[in-house]
Ligand binder design. Structure first.
Ligand SMILES: Nc1ncnc2c1ncn2[C@@H]1O[C@H](COP(=O)(O)OP(=O)(O)OP(=O)(O)O)[C@@H](O)[C@H]1O
Ligand SMILES: [Mg+2]
Length: 263
């Protein structure tokens, strides 16, 4: 059986997952602040607009305007797509009274609003980015698994392919896991590190069911005017493998001493 895949809007990422995210999947996108989760979500949704999918973006951390502005910096015209009835941005931050705002971070209200938006956009394949889903269980992390299961179940019935941005806090990762890792059909993890004084960003596909996905960490970049790009797989550096000579000397010395002490 052939699997239909949805392009993510970042060609280099599609290549890591055999062409895209399998239709109907519920994929977690995770990682530290500022490492590209929102920008990736914007690409995913804009690709939906291009490919004729009913496309919905839910924003909890930034306003609708902020998302539109960020997209425009990478040459993606969200405003036009909204005007043409191809895209709806649900704002869950500002608590406004307009039709496409959420007044509170309630998981049932979220699902209801997404379905309402799908009805407005019309019949056909749909995709949604929820940025972030963890905002809906901030004050009750133990509910993460139940809530995400509920969202996955309902949205799959409505023909959605979903990416759900999920931050993981120490409190949740230690006590409960960050909640959606087992329920998710895929996990795309963004990472960041400062190397030689420079901020670097990376991506790794940790899981993608039914997919022979790439298993290497890849360096990525955010380029003004273009957005996310893949630089290439991270080479294992010599420094990562070998210890400083002084450390090696001390280890050998300790070993020798220990051997001498054996009666
Ligand atoms: N126009 C631009 N040109 C180049 N880099 C940009 C541009 N706009 C944003 N960035 C980079 O992207 C980063 C933001 O990425 P993004 O919003 O995707 O992070 P995030 O993973 O969603 O973080 P958070 O969890 O805090 O929401 C900025 O910190 C900046 O480094
Ligand atoms: Mg973000």
């Amino acid at each position: 059986m052939e699997i239909r895949r949805l392009r993510t809007g970042v060609e280099g990422i599609d290549r890591l997952i055999q062409g895209g995210i399998p239709e109907g999947f519920f994929v977690a996108v995770t990682g530290e602040p500022g490492c590209g989760k929102t920008i990736f979500s914007i690409h995913f949704i804009y690709q939906g607009v291009i490919d004729g999918d009913k496309s919905i973006y839910v924003t909890t951390e930034e306003s609708r305007e902020s998302i539109i502005r960020q997209a425009s910096q990478f040459s993606m015209d969200f405003e036009k797509a909204i005007d043409e009835g191809k895209l709806i941005v649900i704002d869950a931050l500002m608590g406004r009274e307009d039709k496409w705002s959420l007044q509170s971070l309630d998981i049932e209200a979220l699902v209801g609003k997404i379905i309402e938006a799908k009805k407005e956009l019309g019949y056909g394949r749909a995709r949604v980015a929820i940025d972030s889903i963890s905002a809906f269980w901030l004050d009750k992390p133990a509910m993460a698994r139940r809530y995400s299961y509920y969202v996955k179940k309902v949205l799959s019935k409505w023909n959605f392919t979903t990416i759900a941005v999920s931050q993981y806090a120490i409190s949740t990762s230690e006590a409960f896991g960050w909640g959606i890792e087992h329920i998710a059909d895929g996990i795309i993890r963004f990472r960041r590190a400062v190397r030689s004084g420079e901020l670097k960003r990376f991506i790794i596909i940790e899981k993608m069911r039914q997919t022979n996905h790439d298993r290497y960490l890849h360096e990525i970049d955010v380029v003004d005017g273009r957005g996310l790009t893949i630089i290439g797989p991270v080479q294992r550096r010599k420094e990562d493998l070998s210890l400083p000579s002084e450390v090696v000397r001390k280890i050998l010395e300790a070993k020798k001493k220990a051997e001498e002490e054996i009666p």
